[in-house]
Design a binder for this molecule. Structure first.
Ligand SMILES: Nc1ncnc2c1ncn2[C@@H]1O[C@H](COP(=O)(O)OP(=O)(O)OP(=O)(O)O)[C@@H](O)[C@H]1O
Ligand SMILES: [Mg+2]
Length: 262
């Protein structure tokens, strides 16, 4: 039975999609069976792994299935990223996923649990399912929290990184109180990290002071590196592009920390 991890932060550009792809790739190299769910209408995960347009069906069709009982098979929707280095399944998305917001509103009961129902069809086929969330606290993110066993929060340690973090933590606590009682924090992971800068260190201290007592802050941090930012241009993960780079090494370490967490 897969562990489902929602990778979320409503702040844009903090490395959610990159972390979904490269953590997923790292887990796949640990011989885990991994499904990545693109749950952002930007579709960056889908295009970043080079599977745009080849697949007519998307995660939106699967949500429609649950709500309107259209007969699509989730297995027909899953695309594959298979290379020498990694083996990933992807539930793709495109810009039409914005229409899911109205779809959710039309559901009378358990509108937070539509994605959970979709994923329950494949949960026993994977070890890990990673959900790449959009940069908003929308019904999409709420559905990701409804489907998840844990929440991983990528945080870029810059001046405004604490802004909005409290709102996200509150949203997780609401989920825990009402529609997903078993939801846990996987942790906070620093991304786009520039560890030698004094400002960065001060911000990490602020995050530690605010959340360290309640949320695990991962030991490994993901440095800002060209190997990591270049890989989507080639439609691959950092392990396909530069398997021995420090970026690959950092995500491999993060995978081990996630594995140790069970
Ligand atoms: N560790 C890193 N080093 C260098 N560049 C990175 C790193 N992580 C992410 N990037 C780059 O930063 C940009 C934002 O990353 P990404 O798309 O993963 O963020 P996001 O949180 O998913 O964004 P959005 O909120 O728009 O969905 C991308 O151009 C990505 O290639
Ligand atoms: Mg993204």
């Amino acid at each position: 039975m897969a562990k489902v991890i929602a990778i979320t932060n409503q702040k844009g550009g903090v490395g959610k999609t990159t972390t979904t792809v490269d953590l997923g790739a790292a887990l796949s190299r640990e011989k885990k069976k991994v499904l990545l769910v693109d749950f952002d209408p930007q579709g960056n995960l889908t295009s970043g792994l080079g599977i745009e347009r080849k697949r007519p069906l998307t995660v939106l069709h699967m949500l429609q299935n649950e709500v309107a009982e259209v007969e699509y098979d989730v297995h027909d929707t899953i695309a594959k990223h298979e290379t020498d280095e990694v083996n990933l399944d992807i539930l793709p998305a495109n810009k039409l996923l914005v229409t899911a917001e109205t779809l959710f509103q039309s559901v009378e009961e358990d509108k937070e649990l539509v994605l959970k129902k979709v994923l329950s069809q494949v949960k026993d086929e994977y070890d890990y399912i990673l959900i790449d969330c959009p940069p908003s606290l929308s019904m999409l993110t709420i559905n990701a929290l409804g489907a998840a066993d844990s929440v991983l929060i990528p945080v870029q340690p810059t001046k405004y990184s604490l802004d909005g973090l409290a709102d996200l933590v509150k949203l997780v606590m609401v989920a825990q109180k009402s529609y997903n009682k078993d939801l846990d924090f996987e942790g906070i992971v620093y991304t786009l990290d520039t560890p030698t800068q004094v400002e960065t260190r001060n911000i990490k201290q602020d995050v530690e002071n605010a959340y360290g007592a309640n949320i695990r802050i991962h030991d490994v941090t993901i440095p800002r590196l060209k190997d990591i930012s270049s890989s989507p241009s080639y439609g691959v993960s950092v392990f396909d592009l530069a398997p021995t780079s420090n970026g690959a090494l950092a995500y491999a370490k993060l995978a081990r920390e996630v594995l140790e967490n069970g």
